[in-house]
Design a protein around this ligand. Structure first.
Ligand code: MTE
Length: 299
């Protein structure tokens, strides 16, 4: 691939692994001392970036339950081997691709993508993986394709959360083709130098560092190239609050909270809030994708 992205973050920027893996305890500890802004109470179904409920939790993977401790509790039940990814729609070589074959065919260079990410807090997480563009090239994208749709595995027998209609299962997400082909868009297979834990989306998840965390769909089993904009789970659930693009944007408030500031996890108990950066700090790389678009309309 010619268009490799240059990593500006180093090891010193990375959020310590122990902090990432134990966000719940970490933030709960800060909260217990009354040092975390109280925030408004979050509703259970919403991945609110700055809400109290989220910063005191571990993570979101609603197929395992909406309690933020549920993914860590239940995700070990997910069988991630063998794993097949169906690539279909407007591609030259549709098919069921075995994950092991994908891994053999992608050049997983000795490469670490240290990406800033924003959820309820900001962190820098070191991912291993490959560019989504390489996977798309493997399948051969046809000229008419304009979007990429993603789907998470749906296994009621392994996923206790899908008994509840909190979202319309399976979890789905989407990107415009140029976003999907951007070198910052990766399929992650590892984190902190090891395989991704199940609750974080094993064996293969999307990471789009200039978008809010919920775009990062986990445990992907299907990728479809489409002409029309695909549906996304959160947009279906609440179109007023979650748009298709979901770019990190301090100027566009969520209807129920401001997105202008964020809290850096691991920044120390006394670390305050920092201004949220446009496109999560990746404006130089990605702003061009949205030239001429009104990002208040296309939020
Ligand atoms: N993918 C699936 N399949 N199901 C989910 O519930 N939650 C999303 C996203 N991907 C989710 C998902 C949300 S709301 C967030 S914030 C991130 O995963 C959390 O990812 P993390 O485990 O890296 O914190």
């Amino acid at each position: 691939m010619a268009n490799r992205w240059k990593n500006d973050l180093g090891d010193r920027d990375v959020t310590p692994e122990a902090v990432y893996m134990t966000r719940r305890q970490w933030m709960a500890g800060a909260a217990g001392l009354g040092l975390v802004g109280a925030g408004r109470a979050a509703r259970a179904e919403v991945p609110e970036p700055n809400a109290w409920e989220d910063i005191t939790s571990y993570n979101n993977y609603y197929e395992f339950g909406t309690d933020k401790g549920d993914p860590a509790r239940h995700a070990h039940r997910l069988t991630v081997q063998p794993w097949t990814v169906r690539i279909d729609g407007l591609v030259d070589r549709p098919g069921a691709y075995d994950f092991a074959d994908i891994m053999a065919r992608m050049t997983i260079e000795e490469r670490i993508y240290r990406f800033r990410c924003v959820e309820a807090w900001s962190m820098v997480v070191p991912w291993n993986g490959f560019e989504l563009a390489d996977l798309l090239d493997m399948a051969g994208v046809q000229a008419g394709a304009k979007y990429v749709a993603f789907e998470t595995v749906l296994r009621p027998e392994e996923m206790p959360g899908v008994r509840y209609p909190v979202l319309d299962w399976p979890y789905v997400e989407g990107l415009r083709l140029d976003e999907a082909r951007h070198p910052l868009t990766i399929m992650a297979t590892g984190i902190y130098g090891r395989d991704i834990p199940n609750q974080n989306g094993a064996p293969l998840r999307l990471v789009v560092p200039w978008k809010y965390g919920f775009k990062s769909i986990k445990s992907v089993v299907r990728i479809t190239l489409t002409e029309a904009e695909p549906a996304t789970s959160w947009n279906k659930a609440n179109p007023r609050e979650y748009g298709f693009y979901s770019n990190v944007n301090p100027e566009v408030d969520h209807p129920r909270w401001s997105q202008a500031t964020e809290r850096r996890i691991g920044g120390g108990l006394f670390a305050g809030r920092e201004p949220t950066l446009m496109f999560n700090g990746y404006a130089d790389e990605v702003a061009g994708l949205y030239a001429g678009m009104d990002l208040k309309t296309y939020f």
